[in-house]
Design a protein around this ligand. Structure first.
Ligand code: ATR
Length: 279
């Protein structure tokens, strides 16, 4: 029996067990994937004792992603650059960490808008927190000519430019609308639009109707921001797909099968978020 889990504090809302449980059943694997609340004071012990607990690894969520980075061996350059880990696994009994948020974002984008390319084009990312870091890095890796980062606290966008270089262009939040022309991809990585929070309300009239608009918020499944974009004809990409795609590599590292993000999996998790969901 191969065991994995997701750790966070709190952890009760994580939908990762639903995702990995679906794949375990689909592939007939003798494995388990559970939620484990781990408080910050116990984090180091938990990570160090993974092998002796009989765990193949774990996912890491809020607030532990940065702290876990310092406790494991980064498995690749992207993870080192991000300073945050969302997937922990064992290699030759050594505890390794990687970050699949960026590939989760990109692979969702690819699946939702086949043929879309970022190469030599301009993206605008709203927000400069942890989620933004992974998305900005992934867009740069995809060959974006420029990634404009708009943030309420513009100093955090300046930090991203220092970290990633001059293809990152910081923008004060008030200037978003005038910089929308030439944007091929507009992404919300802020918490605006999440259930219980204020909506992200922007005047999109200067945005090309061909621009792809995406949101990493997935509760609700379709945010007010995406609805506004869809109504004027823009292709939109919902945030749930990123959650599903970021789970792929962890599953394959722990359980040895590369799983697919199928419409059936999407609908299963969508119905957990919104019981009235219909395709
Ligand atoms: P995460 O790791 O999920 O990205 P975070 O690091 O707390 O979380 O970042 C949240 C992002 O949402 C930040 O870009 C934040 O802007 P600030 O850096 O100015 O705090 C943004 N955000 C949250 N509430 C916002 C609001 N009411 N208006 C604009 N941006 C907001």
């Amino acid at each position: 029996m191969i065991k994995a889990c997701v750790i966070g504090w709190p952890i009760s809302h994580s939908r990762s067990p639903l995702i990995h449980g679906y794949w375990l059943r689909l592939h007939g694997i003798d494995g388990s994937y559970t939620r484990k609340p781990v408080e910050p004071a116990q984090l180091q012990d938990f990570i160090r004792s993974l092998p002796t607990q009989g765990l193949a690894g774990c996912n890491v969520t809020i607030p532990h992603k940065e702290a876990v980075h310092a406790l494991v061996k980064p498995a690749d350059a992207t993870t080192e650059r991000l300073g945050a880990v969302n997937t922990v696994f064992l290699r030759d009994a050594e505890v390794m960490g990687t970050n699949t948020d960026g590939e989760g974002y990109i692979n969702n984008l690819r699946q939702a808008v086949p043929g879309f390319t970022m190469k030599d084009r301009r993206a605008m990312v709203l927000g400069a927190g942890g989620a933004s870091l992974a998305v900005v890095n992934a867009l740069l890796e995809q060959g974006a000519a420029e990634v404009v980062v708009a943030n309420r606290t513009v100093e955090r966008a300046d930090d991203l430019r220092r970290r990633f270089g001059t293809r990152v262009v910081p923008l004060p939040w008030e200037h978003i609308e005038i910089h929308l022309p030439e944007t091929a991809l507009l992404v919300n990585t802020t918490s605006l639009g999440m259930s219980g929070q204020a909506d992200l309300v922007l005047d999109l009239s200067r945005l090309s109707v061909d621009a792809v608009v995406s949101d990493i918020v997935y509760t609700p499944l379709r945010t007010h921001f995406l609805e506004t974009a869809a109504r004027r004809g823009n292709p939109v990409v919902e945030g749930l797909g990123m959650l599903l795609h970021q789970a792929v590599r962890g599953f394959s590292l722990w359980f040895g099968v590369v799983p697919q993000v199928t419409p059936e999996l999407h609908d299963l998790v969508a119905r957990d978020i919104d019981p009235g969901y219909q395709r």
